[in-house]
Write a protein that binds this ligand. Structure first.
Ligand code: MN
Length: 317
């Protein structure tokens, strides 16, 4: 194939519980100055319009905060990703909070409605909550449930408002976009019971940090791709909180004992050698929480640049 890479900036942060992840792309662009000054000159991004003004008002949707705005973003992301793919591009998304990824998956399925999509979710969290189960109401913990069309009513703790249910159903869409057997987690280490129930029910694999270290990145990459061998297209969603808090100093929900920067880069790079990939996404860089200057975004750029260039080179072969 010979696709052009398109960087899509989704500077939305409505789904996060702390403020600042909408600045993640800007922080990465500033980080690029030290490493490769003209990177974003050579690869100008397409930035989607956001609705972050929803933050100026209190949300009245307690179990899925600002879901009205997030549903609107889902539509925009879906359209942008789908158009990018239909134009023969490979979308490389840099997003704020991880709720964006539900829109990305919707966009991939819009472009390829009949292709079986496999999803690899590199994250400290499983992001499998729904408005019926979420303890926080933060929608960045829910994108995979929209992709699987999973309300998880057997674990229901909340009584969402009618407006929430309406938007939620709209975000799930009429069809399940990803089958649970076509999902693989890497690095998940902070889940709640409702998410554990889904992971156990569908036997969704999770390669832990310890397992990756024991078997080696190459072996885990091979196992992951083999597990998804029946999928025709693949999407990799990379949350920077999959890395250890010593690297992911600027992110909303850090969890101890994560990947090193090198491990994260090797996982992404190893996976993306598979030509079935159609899209990559990096999320949750929050410079406002970074107490080491711009260290988080610098690490993120040191991962983003080589894998961008790798995919670009593969496309030229
Ligand atoms: Mn996440």
């Amino acid at each position: 194939m010979s696709r052009t890479l398109q960087i899509i900036g989704v500077t939305s942060e409505l789904g996060a519980g702390t403020r600042g992840s909408s600045l993640g792309l800007d922080a990465m662009q500033i980080a690029s100055l030290k490493v490769d000054r003209s990177f974003f000159l050579r690869h100008a991004e397409t930035r989607l319009d956001t609705v972050n003004h929803h933050l100026y008002q209190e949300t009245d949707l307690a179990y899925a905060k600002r879901l009205d705005g997030i549903a609107e973003m889902y539509g925009r992301i879906e359209a942008a990703v789908s158009n990018s793919l239909k134009n023969g591009s490979f979308p490389m998304i840099v997003a704020g909070d991880h709720s964006s990824a539900g829109g990305t998956i919707a966009g991939i399925k819009k472009a390829y409605p009949n292709k079986r999509l496999g999803v690899i979710w590199v994250d400290a969290h499983a992001d499998l909550h729904s408005p019926y189960t979420s303890p926080s109401g933060n929608v960045h913990g829910m994108p995979l449930a929209t992709a699987l069309s999973e309300d998880n009513l057997e674990c229901q703790n909340n009584q969402p408002e009618q407006e929430t249910i309406w938007h939620w159903n709209e975000m799930k869409g009429p069809n399940q976009r990803v089958q649970p057997q076509d999902l693989v987690f890497i690095g998940v280490r902070s889940t709640e019971t409702p998410e554990d129930v889904i992971m156990e029910k569908y036997e969704i694999p999770n390669f832990t940090v310890a397992e990756v270290r024991e078997k080696g990145v190459e072996a885990i990459v091979a196992e992951t791709l083999d597990y998804l061998k029946d999928c025709e297209i693949l999407y990799l969603s990379f949350d920077v909180d999959s890395m250890d808090p010593s690297i992911s100093v600027g992110t909303g929900t850090p969890v101890p004992d994560g990947f090193t920067e090198e491990e994260a880069r090797s996982i992404c790079s190893g996976l993306l050698k598979d030509p079935r990939f159609v899209c990559y996404e990096m999320v949750e860089i929050n410079p406002l929480l970074d107490d080491k200057g711009n260290a988080m975004a610098e690490a993120a750029f040191r991962i983003f640049k080589p894998i961008f260039e790798q995919v670009e080179a593969q496309e030229k072969d």
